[in-house]
Ligand binder design. Structure first.
Ligand SMILES: [Zn+2]
Length: 246
């Protein structure tokens, strides 16, 4: 009898312990199971914040890089693509321009004439090849280094004239001022300063430009989305400069 009790006792204890262990395990599992979604949520929030911060800091790096980097300009001129031929129209003998600006340009000339001002178009679209000839041959002919030449003429691929959205204008009564700063003293120029914006024309190289000489005869068109896109970088550059001056 004693022996049997002993056996029972020996058997009972491990069973009780086992039950206790099983209960503890179940409790632990329950706690784990219940806290799992909370933990997952916590990890995903931390993960999101981390990736967002990483993204922000990399964006910051890009912005800083952009600010430090060159803006792709050469000797003060920005690069421009050549207009596709099907967008060019001949408005006068030897003067071709972008079809988007032809109407406003001709209207501007007509309205000026009605005011007694005789505008004359000196140069419209110029191909990159023609620009190449102008730039290098004149540079050589006048014995100039590139930076000197670039003050008065854009390097090939960097001229607003290749976009079809630029026009050089003179005064028909003062041909001696063609392509001269003195053009600013003509009635034509005074009329343009007062009225050109109505027809979406803007002076490209004004007196504030540090790299390119003042060109009172050179105007560009900003009256269509395509034109605005073409000159977006230039306007940004100019405005950035203006902010720096302020
Ligand atoms: Zn020009």
């Amino acid at each position: 009898m004693d022996r049997k009790e002993e056996v029972n006792e020996a058997f009972d204890i491990p069973v009780a312990e086992r039950i206790y262990l099983v209960e503890t395990n179940t409790k632990l599992k329950k706690i784990l199971f219940l806290s799992l979604p909370v933990l997952l949520l916590l990890f995903s929030i931390i993960g999101l914040r981390f990736s967002r911060n990483a993204k922000l800091s990399s964006q910051g790096n890009i912005n800083i890089q952009n600010a430090n980097n060159h803006d792709h300009s050469i000797l003060g001129h920005l690069p421009y693509n050549e207009i596709s031929k099907d967008k060019l129209v001949v408005i006068e003998p030897d003067i071709e321009v972008h079809i988007d600006m032809s109407e406003d340009l001709l209207k501007m000339k007509e309205d000026a004439r009605n005011d007694g001002i005789f505008l004359i178009f000196l140069s419209g679209y110029r191909s990159i090849n023609l620009q190449k000839d102008i730039f290098y041959s004149l540079k050589s002919f006048r014995n100039q280094v590139a930076a000197e030449r670039a003050r008065v003429s854009a390097p090939p691929g960097y001229s607003e004239h290749s976009t079809g959205f630029a026009i050089d204008i003179g005064d028909a009564n003062k041909r001696e001022t063609d392509f001269e700063v003195d053009f600013e003293n003509t009635d034509a120029f005074k009329w343009l300063i007062k009225n050109a914006a109505k027809y979406h024309f803007k002076l490209s190289f004004n007196q504030n430009n540090k790299n390119v000489d003042y060109e009172p005869w050179h105007w560009r068109y900003e009256g269509s989305i395509e034109a605005l896109k073409v000159f977006e970088a230039s306007n940004r550059k100019f405005n950035a400069g203006k902010n720096l001056l302020n």
